[in-house]
Design a protein around this ligand. Structure first.
Ligand SMILES: O=P(O)(O)OC[C@H]1O[C@H](OP(=O)(O)OP(=O)(O)O)[C@H](O)[C@@H]1O
Length: 190
């Protein structure tokens, strides 16, 4: 079911961000262009493999937005974006995000105590982003019913699970070897 997605992953160019090896893919970068069929494969597998008995889909700017949009259109569940912009709205919660190559603040709005949410982002790598967000949502007493990062790179999934006790699903686990993307496993192997 994920044939086009897997094929596109293997074709991803790798660039350097300082010392960090960074793969470039339509899911994580919108570059090269996204084939709608890939997005359809991903949303179909999410619907099959995750718990979407939720009242909100929650994604992270920027590269969670197209994934949440596609899923929202298929399911009719509304989505909210954790932004890199501060609004100063009542109840806004700032979160400090650190990835393998950047640091910045994110801002949670329109998520309330008691909400049942599905969390979606494009990549988990160091786990820095998901750990910060999940801890903030747990403190807000939001119920994270399920969470997915479409692409898994490095040890981030394990670190997120250890630090937050949330089970994080991923659709494809990859490794970067000799300038190439190797797909080690997919959610369909389980
Ligand atoms: O597991 P981590 O090491 O935290 O990496 C994962 C995060 O890195 C990227 O975000 P980035 O801040 O580059 O933003 P973008 O979505 O705007 O590309 C990606 O979209 C994830 O949110």
């Amino acid at each position: 079911m994920l044939e086009k997605f897997i094929k596109s992953l293997k074709a991803s160019p790798i660039v350097k961000k300082g010392e960090y090896d960074y793969f470039v893919h339509p899911v994580s970068d919108g570059v090269p262009e996204m084939e709608p069929k890939i997005l359809k494969e991903i949303t179909a597998v999410i619907q099959k493999k995750t718990d979407l008995d939720v009242n909100k889909i929650v994604c992270v700017e920027a590269m969670g937005i197209h994934l949440a949009t596609a899923l929202s259109l298929e399911t009719g569940i509304p989505f909210v974006v954790i932004r890199k912009r501060e609004y100063g709205l009542l109840g806004e919660v700032p979160v400090f995000q650190k990835t393998g190559y950047s640091e910045q603040k994110l801002y949670i709005n329109s998520i309330n105590k008691g909400d049942k949410i599905f969390l979606i982002d494009d990549v988990v790598s160091t786990g820095g982003t998901y750990i910060a967000i999940i801890k903030a949502l747990q403190k807000m007493e939001v119920e994270i019913k399920d969470a997915i990062a479409i692409i898994e790179k490095g040890d981030g999934k394990k670190i997120v699970e250890e630090e937050t006790s949330i089970s994080l699903k991923t659709m494809a686990k990859l490794d970067l070897v000799d300038g190439k993307v190797i797909v080690e496993s997919t959610i369909e192997d389980n």
